[in-house]
Design a binder for this molecule. Structure first.
Ligand code: ZN
Length: 467
């Protein structure tokens, strides 16, 4: 027999379930209209659990049961419990074990636009818009932020270009970067570089840091270019950009192997550190001109016989350059006459240089180098004031050192070793293909609009508004 009170309770429960169900389905169909693609971004977690918190209520929806678990504002911890997902509240009480996938969604459609949740153990950001899918991938807990591309890009753009540029005449550069980031993201989504999600939140796909990094300038740049991407023959282009080109753009085939449409190798007076146009408010990128010293003996491993030591390399010279001045072939000659050629990008990366646009001082000079040959832990020495000097790390990669102090470890670590070194002078930072961010900034300050900026760096492309 059902008492009146019990009957009321059952009715309320059934009603609540129905309302939740209606809300669930209406949320699915109305928040993301069919013509706007949904972006699935994997949030990198610091541990194999998920620490969630939010102020207002969210529903946790399990696809099988269809009845949401209503979570009021607070803290929650989700973790793998033998193939199920265990949910603990802020006091450590277990709220249940659920099979995956689970979806974290705002209570109602009205609040979905303004509500956000935090992932307290996220690596690159904390507060996020949209919803979250949670599932187990071979025992690893995955958190996938599902949201519309514009909301996603709001958490990307500030990490790609300084938002403050917008306050100094650079709004059109931010808008050009907004179109570039959108084009890059949508192209990347089509490439399916990941299983189960479109994009990761690291540099591999573009750093995404959620709401915490959003700024007024970058949000405005996105709003004013909403849905706009660059296409060629109606296809999204494979888009590249970089920090500063040193005064000349580059073709993909002069850096890698294959060519692509929509790229050109032409002078860029708006990013040439000599400022040939005499612009009064010209900004020179801090890496537009650089100089580094490379010890000859550190290049011995590049020789075919892998000889190292003081007398392995005799000379290093540029054998040919592209019209831009970027190195096409760099030759390393050993003391026994053996030579090795490094082509294109290798002529930059093997030496750990900022760009491929450089010259080598042919006369080696004597320098002092800090060398660590073995990566052991027996001997440690501190060195400081090494900015601009070169050293091999434990992975045998040559790098230019930044300001700071260093610890040298290893059985054969030597504090001061005199070696012959080369002076290399270069221009630019990055591959030089496509848009130079610094060039875009100078163009914006000189009055160019973002369409002009993009058509210079991506000639032949069209701007298409896809939503
Ligand atoms: Zn990725």
């Amino acid at each position: 027999m059902i008492t009146t009170q019990q009957g009321k309770l059952y009715k309320t429960m059934i009603l609540a379930a129905l309302v939740s169900l209606v809300l669930f389905f209406s949320f699915q169909t109305t928040v993301y209209s069919s013509d706007i693609p949904e972006v699935r971004v994997a949030i990198s977690l610091q541990q194999n659990f998920l620490e969630l918190s939010f102020d207002s209520g969210y529903n946790l929806v399990n696809a099988e049961e269809d009845v949401p678990l209503a979570l009021p504002g607070g803290k929650y911890k989700l973790s793998n419990a033998n193939g199920l997902i265990e949910i603990l509240d802020g006091q450590g009480h277990c709220l249940g074990l659920y099979s995956d996938p689970l979806y974290l969604e705002p209570f109602s459609e009205e609040t979905s636009g303004s509500s956000f949740f935090s992932i307290d153990n996220a690596c690159y950001g904390q507060k996020y818009r949209g919803m979250l899918e949670i599932f187990l991938d071979g025992g690893t807990l995955r958190a996938i932020n599902i949201l519309d591309p514009e909301s996603y890009l709001k958490g990307v753009l500030p990490r790609e270009m300084p938002p403050s540029w917008g306050d100094y005449g650079g709004m059109e550069a931010l808008k050009a970067q907004a179109v570039a980031a959108r084009t890059y993201a949508l192209d990347n989504m089509n490439r399916q570089r990941h299983d189960n999600f479109h994009l990761c939140d690291t540099q591999h796909c573009q750093v995404y840091a959620g709401i915490g990094c959003e700024t007024e300038n970058t949000n405005r740049a996105l709003e004013e270019t909403r849905g706009e991407i660059l296409t060629f023959n109606s296809n999204i282009i494979e888009l590249f950009y970089h920090a500063t080109n040193g005064g000349y753009t580059e073709l993909p085939q002069n850096v890698w192997t294959s060519s692509l449409p929509c790229y050109a190798a032409v002078p860029d007076p708006f990013d040439d550190p000599s400022n040939p146009l005499g612009l009064s408010n010209f900004t020179e990128h801090s890496y537009a001109r650089w100089e580094t010293e490379v010890p000859l003996n550190a290049l011995g491993f590049l020789l075919a016989d892998g000889r190292t030591g003081e007398n392995a390399v005799e000379r290093v010279y540029v054998a040919s350059v592209f019209p831009s001045g970027r190195v096409q072939e760099l030759v390393i000659r050993g003391t026994e006459g053996q030579t090795v050629s490094l082509f294109k990008e290798k002529a930059r990366t093997a030496l750990g240089l900022k760009s491929q646009l450089y010259t080598v001082d042919d006369e080696p000079k004597s320098s002092v180098w800090i060398v660590s040959r073995l990566y052991g832990a027996e001997k440690k020495e501190h060195f400081s004031g090494l900015k601009g000097k070169c050293a091999r790390d434990g992975y045998n990669t040559l790098r230019t050192l930044d300001e700071g102090s260093y610890v040298v470890q290893g059985k054969e670590a030597k504090g001061s070793v005199p070696y012959l070194s080369l002076t290399i002078k270069g221009l630019g930072w990055g591959h030089g293909i496509g848009m130079s961010q610094n060039g875009a900034y100078n163009r914006s300050k000189a009055g160019q609009v973002y369409e002009e900026i993009l058509s210079f760096y991506y000639p032949g492309t069209e701007m298409e508004k896809i939503y």
